[in-house]
Design a binder for this molecule. Structure first.
Ligand code: SAJ
Length: 407
């Protein structure tokens, strides 16, 4: 089968490479000409364990990249699905425009697989009508499948191969065909279900994690208010066979966990109560960190915010993705209070994306007296000693220098 993958971002690219490396004929399509040209030159698009090697394998098997949609048997759509900030509902416009473009080139009987996370009901309520309005009959001219992914940035290539996955199709035979296609590389179980169940399952998986992180974050606030050690409490509580509390942190970023729960809040107002509360708690964390910075400065009789530096700009450790990152949220909060932006440094972020951003750790450290650890990249763990003598706020619980403040 020939596969055209639409959207060569954090999900689409590794998936395209994985299919190609396993001998499937693949064309990767993205409207970003610069990205396509980079890939055509044999340069990788982002940092991820094992991606470079997979890229080489896929190239040797003949993967090609284009800004155009091509004739194929299967189209896999992996484009972003943000949420509309006012209605909290999904903004499916990228998916819909991809589907429209597919219809311009798809042969009769082609299958469109939506990998992008969508809110429950989107495929039947929004994608289906677009297809039918174009005079296509679903089941005859074109088939629809939802195959959400579960891979975690930082361990994507391993998880792409080993995770179980869900395939939603309202036509069993089509579902089985797509299951067989993913089986070329996926060693995990592949569960077949209907489209709406697959949509809901994906969204609630990320919501589950969001809620559990919110619980840890709320515990942090409670413990701090009463001078208790939240990490010690979580560690001991987790020795219980049925308790598994996650780690508190400076907030929840990335393009999945901080987005998907909103779909449920937007679509089920009045019902999605814990979900909404969890979102609010996690969204409050960057400002909470800022509050802790001010508290500590008072403690230390420090006045000069320009001597405070944030270590880490990405949304989590050892990735280069900054989308919705807690550090960016914190800087936005400062802007709202008309406060000057703090200094920042991140070894994974090579471009300038904020004011006062440093690209050299030693120069950054020389220019600050107070370091806020926002991300636990391997680098900071290795050079932790360099922070000795600074005021430290460690939001990730990785620093054992005496006197370091915790969340
Ligand atoms: N975080 C905490 N405390 C924790 C764990 C995470 O504060 O104990 C924070 C991280 O620092 C980060 C955010 O939460 O800011 C999200 O990170 P993550 O590593 O939990 O998840 P993502 O967003 O990188 O990937 C998630 C995964 N979903 C689940 O684990 C349920 C992944 O499997 C999905 O494929 C991915 O979303 C996606 O694309 O939907």
């Amino acid at each position: 089968k020939k596969v055209n993958i639409i959207g060569l971002g954090y999900i689409g690219l590794p998936t395209a490479l994985m299919f190609a490396a396993h001998g499937v004929e693949v064309v990767g399509t993205d409207y970003n000409e610069k990205l396509v040209n980079t890939l055509k030159l044999g340069e990788n698009a982002f940092e991820e364990d094992g991606l470079e090697e997979l890229f080489r394998q896929a190239l040797s098997k003949g993967i090609t990249f284009s800004t155009k949609y091509v004739t194929a048997d299967v189209y896999i759509v992996a484009v972003p699905t943000p949420y509309d900030k006012s209605s909290k509902k999904i903004d499916a416009s990228y998916v819909l425009s991809a589907v429209k473009s597919i219809m311009d080139v798809s042969p009769k009987g082609a299958i469109i697989v939506i990998e992008s996370t969508v809110s429950p009901g989107t495929i039947n309520k929004s994608v289906r009508p677009v297809i039918e309005a174009n005079g296509f009959s679903i089941g005859k001219d074109i088939n629809l499948v939802h195959a959400p992914e579960r891979i975690i940035p930082g361990n994507m290539i391993y998880e792409l191969k080993h995770n179980s996955r869900t395939i939603g199709s309202d036509d069993n035979e089509v579902g089985r065909l797509i299951k067989d296609l993913y089986k070329v590389f996926c060693q995990g179980d592949i569960e077949l279900t209907d489209i709406r169940t697959a949509e809901m399952t994906k969204v609630i998986e990320n919501t589950f994690r969001d809620i559990n992180i919110a619980f840890a974050n709320e515990l942090t606030k409670i413990c701090h208010s009463d001078e208790m050690d939240v990490y010690e409490i979580i560690r001991i509580a987790n020795m219980h066979p049925r308790v598994n509390i996650l780690q508190p942190g400076p907030g929840v970023g990335g393009h999945c966990i901080s987005v998907d729960p909103w779909f449920l809040v937007g679509d089920y107002p009045g019902l999605a109560n814990i979900i909404l509360a969890a979102r609010k708690i996690n969204d409050s964390m960057p400002e909470y960190v800022l509050g802790r910075v001010h508290e500590i400065m008072k403690d230390k009789e420090m006045k000069d915010l320009s001597r405070v530096g944030l270590y880490g700009l990405t949304y989590k450790d050892n990735v280069d993705d900054v989308r919705e990152s807690p550090t960016l949220q914190l800087l936005e909060a400062m802007e709202k209070h008309l406060a000057p932006a703090l200094k920042t440094y991140d070894p994974y972020v090579k471009r300038d994306i904020v004011q006062n951003q440093y690209h050299d750790l030693d120069i950054f450290l020389a220019d600050v007296d107070f370091v806020v650890i926002m991300v636990s990249h391997n680098e900071i763990k290795e050079v932790m000693e360099k922070l000795r003598g600074k005021v430290i706020l460690d939001t990730k619980n990785i620093c054992d220098i005496e006197g370091a403040y915790k969340l």
